[in-house]
Design a protein around this ligand. Structure first.
Ligand code: CMP
Length: 136
């Protein structure tokens, strides 16, 4: 499998609850190289750009508001098949449906507060990495 990079976010509620260290530890134990990492407060404008693909969805306003509510940790992750491997580690989008042992099962509260974000395809990874890690 080819070495890839993907984009990841540890969402506000996980940071507020003091669980970001546990998530980072699991990322490392699952063989990802954290090639970029930053704690930052995403602005409303950047959140709208980032989630632009969802701008017609009824939950768009809530989505933008939640991710911009307080600081997050953004990461560029590298490993063989990083995009799929990170999605596997996160688990299903809805924590209620996420398999035991996945990040969303462990740290997610519901679909709006689902602990982590990850790119869903190579094109999305390029777009999202470009928004947050243009220097890489
Ligand atoms: P994320 O991986 O950040 O990508 C888009 C987000 O939209 C997703 O995680 C969920 O938090 C959120 N989302 C998806 N479906 C719904 C929904 N039906 N209602 C509210 N939020 C949703």
């Amino acid at each position: 499998m080819a070495v890839e990079r993907t984009f990841a976010i540890i969402k506000p509620h996980v940071v507020v609850d003091g669980n970001s260290g546990d998530v980072i530890s699991l990322i490392e134990r699952n063989g990802f190289d954290i090639v970029g990492m930053r704690k930052m407060h995403i602005s409303q404008e950047l959140a709208q750009q980032f989630y632009n693909v969802h701008n017609q969805k009824p939950f768009f306003g809530e989505l933008v508001g939640n991710i911009a509510a307080s600081p997050v940790i953004v990461m560029a992750l590298e490993r063989d098949g990083a995009i799929g491997a990170w999605r596997d580690l996160m688990g299903a989008t809805n924590p209620d449906a996420a398999a035991i042992g996945t990040l969303r099962a462990m740290f997610g509260k519901n679909i709006s507060f689902n602990a982590t974000h990850g790119s869903d395809a190579p094109e999305t990874a390029s777009y999202e990495l470009g928004l947050f890690f243009a220097d890489l």
